[in-house]
Design a binder for this molecule. Structure first.
Ligand SMILES: C[S@@+](CC[C@H](N)C(=O)[O-])C[C@H]1O[C@@H](n2cnc3c(N)ncnc32)[C@H](O)[C@@H]1O
Length: 348
């Protein structure tokens, strides 16, 4: 018997039932996002009936009403009854995080979870049995390279980049300020994708120059779809495994190491060490496991996600320290932000 289970959980497994139904809760939110429920309610100046929402979204009244009621149950929407008619409106949290146009919108993250991650997780049993990703089983015969799979179409690339972008809306500032990085005048974000984290770095250290380095097709898409007026970052194309790295005082690798096994990470870290100037630094950004791997639960779940989708894993601080030391870096410092992502800084 698991000791942490309280007597009341044994009498009636409330928490277990919540976990078992967790996928349905996710799907309620995913579906409402995909249908455009939160955007419609945000735009509307007044609460709307289920019939009105159904008409606007070209959906069935019955299905819409059940979906809206479930969202009220989850406290994501609110309802008031006037003359026997239920009228629905969004909570502030839904307006800020779930409506597509909002500055802090997690809409792109949710779309990727729903349309790409959810089908992959359907093959979690096989991923655990086989100890490898389920890209081929989920999406059909594809190239071996994980990123060729992730970028298998322009639509998929855009969705993935939207997912990457979303995270830094929430965690970017905490990561940029986890350490005082003002001594680094040139910063290169290797695999920097849309530039979302790099822009947070540029905001936190306005006298530093910040460059996003990524594969040519990614940089092209970033500039087409995620560019900003008077952008605070510049872009450079390249391949960090096979090509040369740009000069920099600080190399940022956010969610790069977790994509790959140690045998691919170590040569990359050694290459960065060789390119880095003495006194220069490297900043790893990852969702770090506790040293004993007993949490945080989100990092444990992310590690399963790395199993179903990539060649990598989430790691505890000592594994990052070990790899960095093997590559030559010293004075490794770890900062847990208490949010989804943590930072590790080391010096040459
Ligand atoms: C998991 S994403 C992380 C993106 C970004 N650092 C973040 O945290 O939002 C991995 C990134 O590495 C890039 N990448 C993958 N292989 C690469 C390579 N060989 N050279 C340069 N960038 C690469 C991908 O295009 C992608 O942007």
């Amino acid at each position: 018997m698991a000791e942490h289970m309280s007597q009341s959980e044994l009498d009636y497994p409330f928490r277990l039932l919540e976990y078992v139904n967790g996928f349905r809760v996710s799907k309620v939110i995913f579906s409402a996002c995909e249908l455009g429920v939160f955007d419609l309610l945000l735009k509307s100046q007044e609460p709307l009936s289920a019939e009105h929402v159904a008409r606007e979204l070209s959906a069935s009244v019955d299905g819409t009403e059940r979906l809206l009621d479930a969202l009220v149950g989850l406290e994501i929407l609110e309802v008031e009854t006037t003359d026997g008619k239920a009228l629905y409106s969004s909570t502030d949290v839904a307006n800020v995080y779930l409506a597509e146009g909002s500055a802090k919108s997690l809409h792109d993250m949710i779309i990727y979870q729903s349309q790409t991650i959810y089908p992959l997780w359907n093959n979690l049993v096989d991923a655990v049995r086989e100890g490898k990703n389920q890209n081929e089983k989920t999406f059909g015969s594809l190239p071996e390279d994980v990123f060729q799979v992730i970028y298998r179409s322009e639509e998929e690339m855009l969705k993935f980049m939207g997912l990457m972008n979303s995270s830094w809306i929430l965690d970017g500032h905490d990561i940029a300020t986890a350490f005082n990085l003002s001594c680094f005048h040139t910063i290169v974000d290797l695999g920097g994708c849309t530039g979302a984290l790099a822009r947070e770095m540029a905001k936190a250290y306005p006298s530093s120059s910040v460059t996003v380095f990524d594969l040519p097709q990614v940089v092209e898409t970033a500039q087409k779809h995620f560019a900003q007026e008077n952008d605070t970052v510049t872009f450079q194309t390249g391949d960090f495994f096979s090509g040369e790295l740009p000069d920099a005082d600080l190399y940022v690798l956010a969610r790069i190491i977790h994509d790959w096994p140690e045998e691919k990470c170590l040569p990359l870290l050694k290459k960065i060490y060789d390119t880095c100037k003495p006194g220069g630094g490297i900043l790893l950004v990852e969702a770090m496991l506790f040293e004993n791997r007993r949490g945080p639960v989100m990092a444990q779940i992310f590690s399963l996600n790395m199993l179903v989708q990539t060649e990598g894993r989430e790691r505890p601080p000592s594994e990052y320290t070990d790899m960095l030391n093997k590559a030559g870096f010293q004075n490794v410092q770890v900062c847990r932000t208490g949010k989804s992502y943590d930072a590790v800084l080391a010096f040459k």
